[in-house]
Design a protein around this ligand. Structure first.
Ligand code: ADP
Length: 631
């Protein structure tokens, strides 16, 4: 852009050369005309000067008619020398016969008496006409002017107009041409001086024109580079001055516009950067031109890996869609990715077109919204509904088939009827239990189940619960079923081993709900243990938690299921759980309760060796001591 202009291409040079050329042409035309005129004038006046006075001509006529040749000749010579031009020209007098009768040249007196060889003289003698001509004689002779004047009979009364002789004049024109040459020389010198002067003036003038133009050019170059700081100097009020003012205004306006669009861009950048949604913009070929940080985080990529690449590849939909599909039809797509921690990430991609007023599509904007949680919740909700229906249908189907059998006559069979009725009662109980569990869960979910918090010595409380299980074992063995509903695995033998700290630990809990949790874990431990297993109950404290754990020597939980046992209706072995009257909701409820108490529940298990369920609850030793003091 900022190409250097060579001097010969510059306006500066062009103006100067035009100036000089115009001046030189004008001067030369005037000069040529002037010199020509002057030359003509000089020659004319020279010619008019070259003449022999009339009285000399008359005398010569008389002398040429005289018979006394010698006297006449000397008279003729005297007459010639009397002429004004005798000093500047050669004069010869010839008589009618062509014989030279006198010569002004002292050294050429030998010619006198000789015949003249000049044909022009003869011609004049013959015709009686004056002859004029120019001759050019070699190196030193220069240009000569020749004039031959006839001498006629002038005697009074004589009408004889016969030619008596002629005067031959040869005058050198050197002086005329010398004059002209010196004038031409003066003229040339004046032209050269004028050329130099005009060159100097034109340089000054063109400089005055090109300097503001140059200043404006420099400003335009600076503006193109984004530098608006400069101002063009204003040299005058002429058109160039006004142009300079316009350029200065333009510079200010462009700067303002630039700043405004820069501010707009920064605002947009910061909006994009702080959006929780990912945004990707493409050009009309579908190549990415803008991507914000959120989108990069979603896709686990860096800006440089993305810019210029295809949006289809970026969203990994190049196998199923092409750009036309996106432009024409797609409003929304659900895309599944893996995030950094290899978890599933579900993104909803909303597409919209960037369109000009003319309808021309200049790009595509994709907004990526993280709907993983939503989708997961939705999926869980659907699964939950289908699980609930399924779980309720199974006992209902079996109840119906037993009732059908009874209806078909089995009621009359005293052996079978009571057994059938017992099964229907058990199934109905299980359904009621399940519905109660579901209601409890739903209350916990909706937050309507309020926690009745009390500060309890967890040590004492845990022992109390474990004592109940010991009691149950005893009463079971004695076949009294007072607390039988607490555990469905009647008659299974087990031993509870306690490893419980001696310290009193005061913790805030909802007693009823927490008891359900521990009951549930204890029941599971019994349920999923072999007969005669040892169940170890532990209680220990860390600096801000109490941790309860219950370890059994049962089936254990396969590694792949460990993450799910707290899910609703999740059972490692469905048939087995159902047979034992399980609902698959116990651990889910336990988890909700423990979390509502601000604690955590988790499990460690080795398949075939046994499981340990842990419950940790927040515990503040200082508070507990205060409490102790108060007591
Ligand atoms: P259920 O009513 O089936 O016992 P839970 O929610 O209490 O439902 O338990 C969910 C599943 O976790 C059980 O079906 C069982 O497969 C597994 N489970 C729970 N406790 C134990 C345990 N102590 N040992 C082995 N598996 C267990």
């Amino acid at each position: 852009m900022n190409k250097k202009i060579r001097f010969f291409q510059s306006i500066h040079f062009k103006i100067a050369i035009v100036f000089i050329l115009i001046l030189l042409i004008t001067v030369e035309i005037i000069g040529a005309y002037f010199v020509k005129q002057l030359e003509q004038q000089n020659i004319d006046s020279f010619k008019s000067r070259i003449n022999i006075e009339n009285y000399i001509q008359d005398q010569l006529a008389i002398d040429l008619e005289s018979n006394d040749t010698d006297t006449a000749n000397s008279n003729i010579n005297d007459l010639i020398s009397e002429s004004n031009i005798a000093n500047s020209a050669d004069i010869q007098v010839v008589d009618a016969k062509g014989t030279v009768r006198g010569d002004s040249n002292v050294n050429a007196q030998g010619n006198v008496g000789q015949k003249s060889g000049s044909s022009q003289i003869k011609n004049t003698l013959y015709t009686g006409q004056t002859y004029e001509g120019f001759t050019y004689e070699g190196d030193n002779g220069g240009s000569n002017y020749t004039k031959i004047i006839p001498i006629k009979n002038v005697n009074a009364g004589s009408d004889d107009n016969s030619v008596l002789g002629a005067i031959y004049i040869k005058a050198s024109m050197t002086s005329v041409y010398d004059d002209i040459n010196s004038i031409i020389r003066i003229f040339l010198i004046a032209s050269v001086i004028a050329a130099f002067l005009s060159m100097a003036i034109s340089i000054v003038i063109s400089r005055a024109i090109t300097r503001p133009i140059d200043a404006m050019k420099q400003q335009a170059i600076r503006m193109a580079r984004g530098d608006y700081s400069g101002q063009v100097r204003i040299y005058g009020q002429d058109e160039l001055g006004q142009l300079a003012v316009a350029v200065n205004n333009l510079s200010v306006r462009v700067e303002e516009a630039q700043e405004a669009s820069e501010a707009e861009r920064r605002r947009l950048d910061s909006v994009l950067a702080h959006m929780t949604d990912g945004v990707v913009a493409t050009d009309r070929r579908g190549n990415v031109i803008i991507i914000n940080q959120t989108a990069l985080d979603f896709l686990n990529l860096k800006t440089e890996e993305v810019i210029g690449g295809s949006i289809l590849k970026l969203l990994k939909i190049d196998k199923d869609y092409n750009l036309r599909d996106l432009l024409e039809n797609q409003k929304e797509l659900l895309l599944t990715f893996q995030n950094e921690d290899h978890h599933e990430l579900i993104l909803r991609a909303d597409f919209s077109l960037i369109q000009r007023e003319t309808g021309f599509i200049s790009g595509l904007v994709v907004v990526l919204h993280d709907v993983t949680e939503q989708q997961k919740n939705e999926r869980e909700r659907r699964e939950f509904v289908s699980n609930v229906s399924h779980e309720l249908r199974t006992p209902l189907t079996s109840v119906r088939s037993y009732i059908e059998a009874l209806n078909d006559g089995a009621w009359q069979d005293p052996e079978v009827a009571p057994q059938f009725l017992k099964v229907t009662q058990e199934e109905t109980d299980r359904m009621i239990r399940m519905i109660n569990d579901l209601l409890a869960l739903s209350r916990l979910d909706s937050g309507t189940s309020k926690m009745e918090m009390e500060t309890v010595n967890i040590n004492e409380f845990f022992n109390y619960i474990l004592n109940r299980f010991d009691m149950m074992l005893k009463t079971d063995n004695e076949h009294t079923g007072e607390a039988a509903h607490l555990h469905p695995t009647k008659k299974k033998q087990y031993t509870i081993k306690r490893e419980i700290t001696k310290r009193d630990l005061w913790v805030e809990i909802d007693q009823d709900k927490f008891m359900q949790v521990v009951d549930n874990i204890m029941n599971n431990a019994i349920k999923y243990s072999p007969d005669g297993g040892v169940i170890t109950a532990r209680l220990l404290e860390t600096h801000n938690h109490v941790i309860l754990s219950i370890t059994d020597q049962g089936l254990g939980i396969p590694q792949k299921d460990i993450g799910h046992v707290f899910d609703r209706f999740y059972r490692v072995d469905k048939a087995r759980s159902r047979k034992q009257g399980g609902t698959g909701l116990g651990l889910a409820i336990s988890k909700e309760v423990v979390e509502a108490l601000g604690g955590r529940i988790w499990v460690d298990s080795l398949e075939g060796k046994g499981s340990t369920f842990y419950i940790s609850l927040p515990y503040d030793p200082i508070d507990a001591e205060d409490e102790w003091d108060e007591v």
